[in-house]
Every structure is written in structure tokens, then in C-alpha cells.
Design a protein around this ligand. Sequence first.
Ligand code: G6P
Length: 580
Amino acid sequence: MCGIIGYKGKKHPKDILINGLKNLEYRGYDSAGVALKNDDTIQIIKSVGKISHLEEKLNNEKLIDCNLGIAHTRWATHGEPNESNAHPHRVGKITLVHNGIIENAGVLREQLQKEGVKFNSNTDTEVAAAIINKYYTGDMEKALNKAIKEIKGSYALAILCEDDDKLYAIRCESPLILGVGKDEYFVTSDIGAILKYTRDYVLLGENEIVVIDNKGYKITKDNKVVKREVLTSKLTNEATDLCGYDHYMMKEIMEEPVLVDNLANKYIHNLKKLPDIKKYQHIHIIGCGSAYYAGMVGKNLFEDAGVEVEIDVASEYRYRNIIYKPNTLVILISQSGETADTIAAMRKANEHADTLAIVNVDASTIARECTYKVLIEAGREVAVATTKAYLLQVLILSLLAYRLDPDGTYVEDLKKLPQQLKVLLDKTGFYKKLADAIYKHEDVFFIGRKVDYAISMEGSLKLKEVSYIHSDAYQAGELKHGTISLIKDGTIVFAIATDDDIRDKTISNLEEVISRGAYPIYVGNEDVAYDHKIIVPRINKKLQPILVVPALQMIAYFVALKRGCDIDKPKNLAKSVTVE
Ligand code: G6P
């Protein structure tokens, strides 16, 4: 994972790099560092923990005068999060930052050690620096071309060489873009890191090398110059403002009604703008984390529409022996479009079937490599725990299901949905009270059947990832095959029961746990005699999850707030998981 940024221009890089890192912090935040360079010195400053620690450190040091620098925020893969493992890493004349994983780092390390290289960290990144340094004999491009052939895995590197004042970068599988400003250039993992300075960027291709000097930039691959179009991002820097909210998670939940309205209006009378999935007889749905749970909602909706659906998490799908039948469509769901496992699953699927990307980031790998793409248009999502992107993924799946099986009340209900969602989200006092009842507990369960089980999975994930309360979701009928032994006096059990056909079954399962001491929280359309309940308006079945999950997102938020958790950056997580 990790986020990288490099700057070459006319300004001092400190503020640009720190601001960039703050925008990349969602990619990992266990340690961070910068390297600044002028003709005489390379100054490296690192710190453990959040970017704010690094910023403090930089404010207290005398920094060299310069206009070239690189920086990194880390999500540890090789070696624990400490200062020596933090990037940048320097070996000989080479200093670099890295996003990705060098898979043959172990073999290369041994080889280099035999050649006399001494390593100061446990990272694979230092090995990459050592390889480039080994091949550097005065010509950096030559060294990088040789190194690319030797380094296996996924990587995006921003590199400085002691002998010149250029900024170098290379990428293979990990995302990297070149930002083009006025007399200044950037390389970064994500355009969001540089939006304050420019919206113009170039997408770098696989194994391409970019060299930035005082005159401009040059992109090459296998020693041949590559011409690439300069694109302009539609994102604005405001997308990263908190706009008066205390946390991005709350800000992003509150954006849901407007975003749902916008996306619904775009497609509802223009369903033909969506890919025609009717021509496929089999659908596979793939994703990771919440994107997978959005897919689970989709599976239920498509199956109800009469289509055979297989679903799996990307990390399994990529290694399973998948039997591809003719007329199969593989749907890849990903907010970032850069999740490593989802990319691998997509590349496998691309060899056998048509693929459809449901993504947020237009310039992402998944958006570019699938047969079709539908953008969820969530804008930038900053909080690590996804909320609005999940909901819009579900909305697209719901619209696709409606295309397969148009039914009476859908359009009318979809028009009402944004307003109903707003009413649901406005009840903050209600969610706070519910959070009061939950926040001291250490175990919570969610139960549901069919689409309500899919909703349970997302509700449970949201709660555990932001509040650190252990939480699990079960198919309501399955609980008694073991897990029920964990129910004790006061254990909180959320029962999601919106599907009328099986609602009574779920209620019976809830009664089974209540009689063993569980404390119920009912979520459904019918008023019931339980003390704690979330009653949501009954709407078209294909839209119902969109009116339930936001309530669970609010509960997760307020429980985490009560517990004093770092809501936007939960420990050990990262928003975009670009390693396997
Ligand atoms: C991480 C994030 C989740 C997200 C998942 C998939 O685990 O913390 O919120 O659902 O990755 O990310 P993607 O960008 O592929 O949707």
C-alpha cells in the first residue's frame, strides 16, 4: 500500500509534500518521511505515526534550501513500523520511496549482501534502492531500465540520485501519475495529493520511466520515448475539506442523499446508458471488503431477477479454478479501482469473459481495463471506512437489476429515496442514544437472511472497523449451528428483517437468541414490540438496502465516537489495499 509523492519545481517542497501526504494518509499511516535535495545535500527526515508527527518534526528542524523532494506515508508490509523501516531509503547514491511489494526482495537481498551491501532496514524498498544503486554508473535511465528487469512484483518508485537535480519515477502495477503544473511537476499515487496545485496529469503506463528536469519531463519505455496525453481531473480540492464536520466519515454519510439523487437522475430515464447485462446468462461478482458486501446485495437482486450469479472475494477468485460458461459477465466492484486482488481477479476474468467495472476513480486501473465501466460518481471519499461509495455501488447494482427486471414501483420509489434518506440521516439524536446502549459492549452480532444478510455483513464490518468492537454477521438460520453458544446475558444482536417473504423466520431466530439472554435491536419496516428498533419506510425491494445501511453507518460512527476511536483512520487499516 503506502502513498508516495515527489515534487520538482520552483518552490520549497516542504508544504507541498506534507499537504500531499495528508491527502495520501488514507493509503496507510504507520510512519512517514521526506527526502529533500539540493546540489550539496540529501536531507532525510522520518517519523513513526501519523503525518502530523512528521510535520511537527519538519517544523522543528532546519531544512535545506531546495526545490526538489520526495515523501512517503507507509502501511507496513516488510518490517514493523519504526523509523528505520520508514521511507525514504537511501543506498549509495540512490534515495527513494516506494508503494507496492517487491516479491523477489528476499533473493535479491541475499545476492546483494554477498556482494557486500549492508542493509539498515527490513524493507523490500531498501533492496530496490540497492539494485538501482548497483546498476548506476553515471546514467540513471540505464540503471532504471536494468533494475526494472530484475525487480519482480508491484511497485511505484519516486527516486532521487545524488549526482543530479532530477526527479525520477517508475511504475509497475502500482498506481502512479505525473502531475503537470506551471513550471512544476509532481509524481504521486493519487491525483488527490496534488489537486491544490494542478488538475492536469498524465497516466503512466506499465514499466514506464519518467525523468523530470528543469526543462520539463520525458517518459520512456525500453529506451523509447512514449507520448502520453495530458488529462484534466474533474475532482476539486474542496472534496477534501471537512466542511464543518468533525470527521470525513460523517461528512461523507451526509452527502449520500444528494449523491443518490444525482446518480439516480442520471440513469433512471436513460437506462440504456448502463451496459446491457440482459445478454448475459451468468454473472460473477467480485470485490473486497465493503465492495464485496455491495456485491452480495447485487447477487440477491440479480437472482430475484432470474439470473444465475456467482460471487466471491477477489483474493479467492484470483486463485480458484473458475469454470467460465459461455455468456458470462464478470462484475468487478471497487471504489478505488486499484485494489490489488480485484485487479488480479479482473485480469484473470478478462481472459475468459466480458468484464464490467463499477468504480469511483475514473483514471484507475480497473476502470481502464474492463470491457465496460460504470462510475459511481461519489466524489473523493476520504474516510478509510467507506460509506457513500458503498451506497452508490449498491445503487448501480440496483439499477442494473431493474434493467433486468423492470417492476412497477421502482421509478416512483427511487424518486422518493433521497428525501427519505435525508430524513433517516437527520435523526442523529436517535443514533447517539442507540450508540449509548452499545458502546460498552465487546461483542455484537448482526443476523439476517438473503439481502438482509448482505446488509448485516456491511453493518457489522462498519461497526468493527471504526469502533474496534468485535462484531460478526450470520445468516439468521445458521446462528444455531454453533455461534449461538456465544450469546450471553446482554449480548447485542441486530436483526435485519426487511424482506417480507422471510421476515417472520428472522424474527423467530431473534426470539431464539433473546430467550438465551440476547439484547435485540430490530431493523425493519414493521413496528415491533422491542425496546430498540430502527424502523425504515418500506420501499421497492431493489432499493430497500439503500434505506437501511446508512442507519447502520450512523450507529457505527456514534459508537466509535463514544469510544474515542480515530474514526477516519482506524488502526491497521488502509483505504486502498494495493498489496495482495
Ligand atoms: C479496504 C477499505 C474498504 C474497502 C476495500 C475495497 O479494505 O478499507 O473500505 O471496501 O478496501 O476497496 P475498493 O477500493 O476496492 O473498493
